[in-house]
Design a protein around this ligand. Structure first.
Ligand SMILES: [Zn+2]
Length: 386
């Protein structure tokens, strides 16, 4: 039996308060496309942080507002900054709570957004509170940024994230860990979207068949080619996830579109894929092909700086009796942006659970205290790389 870590010992009796904050956040539904609802969730977070942080909001355009909180932490000499990144939006539409209410059962907390990523934000706030309670000096400024539209690609918050990351020597991302072991994330695939639109020539399918050029038939042929861009060994996946087109079964389709999700492990593969998409040529010369889109989030590649952060976390985890592991995930986060800038970024520091974006979304209650303690220890650790 490992002697109780003082930070963990301080967090454990506060677990009911952590659960209460998670409940409050989950019960405030905040789908990305409902800005007023996201704003309410941001207000809850700001209220919870208010006793120990200076918070302000930044307009999110058509999305909800982004939240910035500068933490007031013990320690007089501070050099540099650590950025903690989260998002307040979820993928769940308003009203999901009726079918999927917040509840505690079977050693887990359940509810929309509990894992991705409301619990992570609650853990972070209690980690800060713990450092204050125990008067543990923190050698750098700590800024929390909570974005309002991560689940829709972070187009509004990206510049803000990059600005704050540029001033930071490390970024800690409060997204959930991988799997029920809660592995940290030291690499993420890059994510992009291509829209492939085929235009053909409409005609009557019975009266004038031969003068038509079917956009649907042409698109189907192109999709075969696109599926061939997959290279699992290199970590390249290509998924035509949505197709649409045509008007009626007795009309030769004038137009058809495929929306294609792409994932890459290495940044240089973005240009390779881009070239492949742009060089798609119609098999039926009467059709035209238009390709739009590209990479949205660059991959988070496992740099030396990221490995260094992971090793620090691993050492701190041992003090908590936890053997932390690392993982590569195909999902993107705002950590992709900061890592691509070369700022050491450690991701997956939030809750341990399963079912992000799924009906079984839940977190493990018995991993609340150690994850909160790990965040507190990381914030207090010297994370600058000199
Ligand atoms: Zn997330």
């Amino acid at each position: 039996m490992i002697p109780a870590d003082p930070i963990l010992a301080h967090v454990r009796p506060r677990q009911p308060a952590i659960v209460a904050l998670i409940k409050e956040l989950v019960e405030c539904e905040s789908p990305t496309d409902a800005p007023a609802a996201v704003n309410r969730a941001m207000d809850l977070i700001a209220t919870a942080a208010a006793p120990f942080a200076r918070c302000k909001t930044v307009p999110g355009g058509k999305f909800g507002k982004h939240l910035l909180c500068e933490m007031q932490l013990p320690g007089r000499r501070k050099s540099g900054q650590v950025l903690a990144l989260g998002h307040g939006d979820t993928v769940w539409p308003m009203g999901t709570l009726r079918a999927m209410p917040f509840r505690e059962a079977d050693g887990r907390l359940w509810g929309p957004g509990v894992l991705d990523m409301k619990a992570g934000i609650a853990f972070f706030l209690f980690a800060v509170q713990t450092l204050r309670d125990l008067e543990i000096a923190v050698p750098h400024k700590v800024l929390l940024q909570v974005n309002s539209e991560e689940e829709l690609g972070s187009e509004s918050s990206r510049a803000l994230t990059e600005k704050n990351a540029a001033r930071s020597h490390a970024v800690l991302v409060l997204e959930p860990g991988t799997g029920l072991g809660g592995k940290l994330k030291t690499a993420r695939k890059g994510v992009g979207d291509f829209n492939v639109t085929v235009r053909g020539k409409a005609s009557h399918a019975g009266v004038d068949f031969e003068s038509g050029a079917s956009a649907i038939v042409e698109l189907a042929r192109q999709i075969e080619r696109i599926a061939g861009f997959v290279d699992l060994k290199r970590g390249i996946t290509v998924n035509p996830g949505v197709i649409s087109g045509g008007t009626r079964s007795n009309v030769i389709a004038a137009e058809a579109t495929a929306e294609v999700d792409i994932r890459i492990r290495r940044l240089k593969d973005a240009a390779v894929l881009e070239r492949k998409f742009r060089s798609l040529r119609p098999i039926d010369r009467r059709c035209t092909i238009e390709v739009t889109g590209g990479l949205n989030r660059p991959p988070m590649e496992r740099t030396a700086g990221i490995v260094r952060l992971f090793r620090i976390a691993k050492g701190l985890g041992r003090e908590l009796g936890i053997e932390l592991e690392e993982s590569l995930t195909g999902g993107g986060s705002d950590g992709n942006f900061t890592a691509a800038m070369g700022v050491p970024t450690l991701d997956g520091l939030g809750a341990v659970g399963e079912g992000a974006h799924a009906a079984n979304e839940s977190i493990l209650v018995n991993r609340i205290a150690d994850r909160t303690a790990l965040l507190a220890k990381l914030l207090a650790a010297p994370l600058a790389s000199d």
